[in-house]
Design a protein around this ligand. Structure first.
Ligand SMILES: Cc1ncc(COP(=O)(O)O)c(C=O)c1O
Length: 370
């Protein structure tokens, strides 16, 4: 099938670029001597997760229990659910803990108490990581605080819990606008968990997992000394944000949305990919105020220079620069859109059309819901 045939909008994945991105991060992990535990929320596809592990169902990170359940059903047996578990999800999580190695994330005493009780009642010993805040200020304990040590000790002393170590995510690397500042944040990400791990070990606790990772920091880190595993996710697709911020080249971006022109006038063309098919992520606006909501590429993947200027639910408007010859974009003409944030865009699509040599060679379903 060529790109003239599939329904629009559709998510496209360029197989060659995907394989290259996956190989590169595997080489980064191997070079640093750490386990690669990719975050699969980026693609929600067991096929892609296997590619990230050279064909095997290796260790992965998820951000929903629906992902954990579906990847477990697809043969993945070592999964970290990297969102603090809240009491309402414990029963469901424990069902999966009976089948595979599901590591849970804790960052406070209330959920720790509820999980310890529920696990002990079921005679389970659930692997747990303590989430640490390395500067993102989303979730996690303060690495320098006395509470972080107390919580780790409490988890380690609970018969239903198996304290495995520490996890952090430098989400604030997304606000950095230079490689130097990403490098500094990668240093903070590492130091937050490595130094807390040292304090815990000094207090007699065993800390076997020290887990870090975001795509920007895993692209620009200086050292991973003391780290045992990395959890980048976005790198397998990349997107306009990552290319603008220097995590990749534009030619590395592997995921696009196939879309058709539904309307053309002197001033604009309108596409059938709107906010649902693309997401309203503002992407690299801090570095490139004219980035719009995505780059309009031709079917070969070359930049047309056009940007999505406005989004409504199912319409993507492209304001045309004055004098732009839009004769090649009559209604029905097809383009590809490079999204600002591939993870959010991909999450809207039920399948990927796999592109190789200009042809659709496969379709890979994705996991939906929570
Ligand atoms: C806890 C956690 N780990 C890892 C990642 C992967 O980071 P990235 O998407 O930058 O690769 C994320 C992404 O949000 C995350 O929330």
């Amino acid at each position: 099938m060529t790109l003239a045939e599939p329904p629009t909008p559709s998510a496209l994945v360029d197989l060659g670029l995907l394989l290259r991105n996956a190989d590169r991060m595997r080489a980064v992990a191997a070079g640093a001597g750490v386990v690669l535990r990719p975050h699969v929320k980026t693609h929600k596809s067991p096929r892609i997760a296997r590619i990230q592990h050279a064909g095997r169902p290796g260790p992965i990170t998820v951000s929903t229990l629906a992902e954990a359940e579906a990847f477990a059903a697809a043969g993945f047996e070592d999964i970290t659910y990297a969102v603090p578990i809240e009491p309402g999800k414990i029963v469901r999580a424990l069902l999966l803990c009976r089948k595979i190695r599901l590591t849970l994330d804790l960052d406070g005493p209330e959920a720790a108490g509820a999980l310890a009780c529920a696990a002990a009642k079921e005679s389970l010993r659930v692997p747990v990581l303590l989430e640490v805040d390395c500067g993102d200020h989303r979730c996690g304990v303060e690495p320098e605080s006395a509470e972080s040590v107390e919580l780790a000790r409490r988890v380690a002393d609970s018969s239903g819990l198996d304290f495995r170590g520490l996890l952090t995510h430098a989400g604030h690397s997304y606000a950095a606008t230079s490689k130097e500042s990403v490098r500094r944040i990668a240093g903070e990400e590492r130091t937050a968990v490595v130094s807390l791990a040292e304090r815990l070990r000094a207090g007699g606790l065993e800390v076997s997992t020290v887990s870090v990772g975001s795509t920007p920091t895993m692209t620009h880190f200086e050292s991973l000394d003391g780290v045992t595993e990395i959890r980048p996710g976005n790198y397998v697709f990349f997107d306009a944000f990552q290319a603008s911020h220097g995590s990749c080249a534009w030619e590395d971006c592997a995921m696009t949305v196939l879309s058709a022109v539904v309307h053309r006038s002197e001033e604009r063309i309108v596409l059938d990919a709107g906010a649902i098919a693309l997401s309203k992520d503002e992407g690299p606006r801090d570095l490139d105020p004219s980035c719009g909501f995505g780059r309009v590429l031709d079917l070969e993947g070359s930049d047309t220079g056009l940007r999505i200027s406005k989004l409504t639910q199912e319409h993507g408007e492209v304001a045309l620069p004055s004098g732009f010859d839009a004769s090649r974009f009559p209604p029905g003409a097809r383009v590809r859109i490079l999204p600002n944030h591939s993870c959010l865009t991909a999450a809207q699509h039920a399948e990927y059309l796999v592109l190789e040599g200009g042809e659709i060679v496969d379709r890979w379903p994705t996991i939906r819901g929570w």
